[in-house]
Design a protein around this ligand. Structure first.
Ligand SMILES: Nc1ncnc2c1ncn2[C@@H]1O[C@H](COP(=O)(O)OP(=O)(O)OP(=O)(O)O)[C@@H](O)[C@H]1O
Length: 295
């Protein structure tokens, strides 16, 4: 019997050297010399990073390490100052967000105020591939749906069932709990049938019962072949679902390895002790100071 491709992808990860920038057996996303600066602050300076296809990779690091900025750059929501990156063997450097999504790399965002006013179903339909809000909204008001819209609605219902959001289909998204919103964000991202998902703190604001369910959904998606990279501060979550962990500090990639090795890595201990997780560093920019105040 042929080997399960997913098991072999993640299994092969445990055999490679846990070194920052190490080559992966089957990289889907590859970054080289990627930098992003804000004024004098170098937020990201990643020399080389490969994300393994079919695996769940956690991106961790203290506040202000550059994780979100890296996600923004790669997903086309921010520009880099330098470097190049490729996806599925083809260059992706500098592509705008809509093109990145069309290539199959999709990033989740927290539900915005505008989307909170739409129903759960409308949120999914707006995320349908090749659709732009101005084309979908009038369609939503039409009593008879044409072929493409019907197909999108079928896909949306499939996802709502999958995430047990079916009964909330016609509720305003703003009325959902924190955990249900996270499920909706995941469902929105899946409308386009992506190859890879970038999840920014998928468990933030989720109660423990729903956290388990969300973790189950994410590992199930991985088992179906989706590649997942997520930023997370909760180490139980990181240890619980990731196949591989990449650690950033001060914009750099300082460590990589299987989850059970990461806690023992001296560079990781330095990164977290040097800049406590709940404490913004004095060298952080405005954003770091603002975050510090909020927390
Ligand atoms: N738009 C911006 N303008 C100025 N500085 C920024 C901006 N965005 C990020 N930064 C700075 O870049 C650095 C990296 O921030 P980033 O949000 O990427 O870190 P992070 O690792 O995601 O942190 P956290 O875990 O707290 O979300 C920080 O010092 C931050 O203050």
């Amino acid at each position: 019997m042929a080997a399960d491709p997913v098991v072999s992808h993640t299994g092969r990860l445990s055999a490679i050297d846990p070194e920052p920038g190490v080559r992966k057996p089957d990289p889907l996303l590859v970054l080289d010399q990627v930098t992003r600066t804000f004024g004098g602050l170098v937020a990201v300076r990643v020399e080389h990073l490969e994300v393994q296809r079919g695996a769940i990779t956690a991106l961790i690091g203290p506040n202000g390490a550059g994780k979100t900025t890296l996600f923004n750059v790669v997903s086309g929501f921010d520009r880099a100052d330098g470097g190049r990156w490729s996806f599925d063997g083809q260059p992706l450097t500098g592509s705008p967000a809509h093109r990145v999504a069309r290539r199959g790399l999709v990033r989740t965002f927290q539900l915005s105020r505008a989307l909170a006013r739409l129903t759960v179903l409308e949120n999914l339909l707006l995320a349908a591939p090749g659709q732009r809000g101005e084309r979908v909204l009038p369609a939503l008001l039409r009593p008879v749906w044409r072929g493409q819209e019907r197909e999108f609605e079928r896909r949306a219902d499939e996802l709502l069932d999958r995430f047990r959001l079916g009964p909330l289909r016609d509720d305003h998204a703003g009325t959902l709990s924190g955990g249900q919103r996270k499920l909706l964000e995941l469902a929105r991202a899946l409308m386009t049938r992506p190859i890879m998902l970038l999840l920014d703190e998928p468990m933030a604001g989720v109660n423990p019962a729903l956290t388990q369910s969300l973790l189950g959904h994410i590992t199930q998606l991985r088992d179906e072949g989706l590649t997942v990279c997520f930023v997370e501060h909760d180490m139980d979550v990181v240890m619980g679902i990731s196949d591989w962990v990449a650690v950033m500090a001060d914009g750099r990639l300082v460590a990589e390895g299987p989850p059970h090795t990461i806690g023992r890595n001296a560079a990781v201990v330095d990164a977290y002790l040097g800049k406590r997780h709940d404490e913004p560093d004095a060298t952080d920019g405005e954003k770091g100071r603002e975050k510090g105040k909020e927390e």
